[in-house]
Design a protein. Structure first.
Length: 400
């Protein structure tokens, strides 16, 4: 989900999840919940799903890491059972306390009021077994709730027609995975690690993630509706804005302009954390971008709202780009990023940093290759790059 062509990897993932969901609904799987009208949680029930860990030689290692350092860990790159179990253990050893992934709305609400949680249940369970928190990204409205035209839609993601529908969807998720949620009640054998932070959409200042054209006003509406839905279930939920990246695309709205537009549209008090994706060729320029965003927060009376870098990373191969570097350089940049942002925790109000991404992946049939497919801490064969050791060393220092 980096700024340049960032939707390609996520589109591939969502297509896979949708195909899986379509197969499940056709087969009449019991791993679903049915509800009445959107927002009515009194009728929502959640049959227990099978979250038994896949057989693998790596037994879960439970971590007690801090939550400053996180990693984007897409479920689809964890599909191999052995890699999944061993990779989570590697993350525990690297002091990673949070894993971030998309919870695709269209892959969960397969039909109006019909929810399938089998994929997200397994992901949440595996993270909890390793003592790690999950930061879900709520994205991708189902066709029956989307503003996408029925014919000739643009490439990218469309917001929902009714923002309140996403609020209702978020409430359903919080009722399942939040404090005292049904998932934890159904699975007492799994350590209770409820989800408290929820990220609302991804990179809406990029045209590919807001296909109607970036609009801070409409995103503010979506943010406010989602906040209301989450707070109706968990009043203390952490509402994380979509990560705002920089891009050379002329159609992109700068993070600074977008954030000012959000405030002008009344978004204040609808989020508790601002997310930024400050991809840059140097750490110093990244810090400069975060300082600019901090000034806008403070100017609007949100001095106490922290900034969370929910994506940043560099590739080690693939097409040439400003973000493509040698493996050793990737390691240096990741280590320096973690240490530098930790030093800036107080002055810039930095909540944490989520590195992009766990493992390299291949472009899908409809994708063209770009650097984001090659930004993993592991290569395609599942072998760790030097950046994993650099992350481990930096995170150990940060978390004491």
């Amino acid at each position: 989900m980096p700024a340049r062509n960032g939707a390609h990897a996520l589109l591939t993932a969502c297509v896979l999840l949708l195909a899986f969901g379509a197969a499940l609904i056709t087969a009449g799987t019991p791993a679903h919940a049915q509800a009445g009208a959107p927002g009515d949680l009194s009728e929502v029930t959640y049959p227990a799903t099978d979250v038994t860990p896949a057989t693998a030689s790596c037994r879960p290692k439970v971590g007690r890491a801090g939550v400053f350092v996180g990693l984007t860990a897409p479920d689809q790159v964890l599909a191999n059972a052995r890699f999944r179990a061993c990779a989570f253990n590697d993350l525990v050893r690297a002091h990673v306390g949070i894993v971030r992934d998309v919870f695709p709305w269209a892959g969960i609400e397969l039909a109006p009021g019909f929810y399938d949680f089998s994929t997200t249940d397994k992901y949440v369970a595996d993270a909890a077994r390793h003592g790690m928190q999950v930061l879900p990204v709520l994205l991708m409205a189902p066709n029956f709730r989307s503003t996408a035209p029925s014919s000739s839609p643009k490439h990218g993601f469309y917001p929902p027609r009714n923002p309140n529908d996403m609020g209702a969807f978020a409430a359903v998720l919080a009722k399942r995975y939040g404090p005292g949620g049904d998932f934890w009640m159904q699975h007492p054998e799994i350590p209770d690690v409820p989800i408290r932070s929820w990220q609302v959409w991804n990179e809406p200042n990029l045209p590919v993630y807001w296909a109607d054209g970036p609009s801070p006003e409409r995103y503010a509406e979506l943010l406010k509706a989602t906040a209301a839905g989450l707070r109706s279930v968990d009043p203390g939920a952490d509402l994380v804005t979509a990560g705002l990246p920089y891009s050379k695309d002329r159609r992109t709205m700068s993070p600074e302009q977008f954030l000012r537009g959000m405030y002008a549209a009344g978004a204040k008090d609808s989020f508790t954390t601002l997310a930024v994706h400050p991809y840059s060729d140097t750490v110093s320029r990244m810090v400069g971008a975060l300082a600019r965003m901090r000034r806008i927060l403070n100017a609007n009376g949100d001095n106490g709202v922290p900034i969370w870098v929910t994506e940043v990373g560099w590739a080690t191969s693939g097409p040439p780009s400003v973000f493509t570097v040698k493996p050793r350089r990737q390691a240096q940049l990741i280590g320096s990023t973690v240490r530098t942002l930790a030093r800036k925790r107080n002055s810039l109000g930095i909540k944490g940093v989520v590195i992009f991404t766990l493992r390299d992946s291949r472009p899908g049939p409809a994708d063209h290759d770009y650097w984001g497919f090659h930004a993993g801490l592991f290569n395609l064969k599942g072998k760790a790059k030097p950046s994993l050791a650099a992350l481990r060393q930096a995170a150990r220092r940060v978390h004491g």
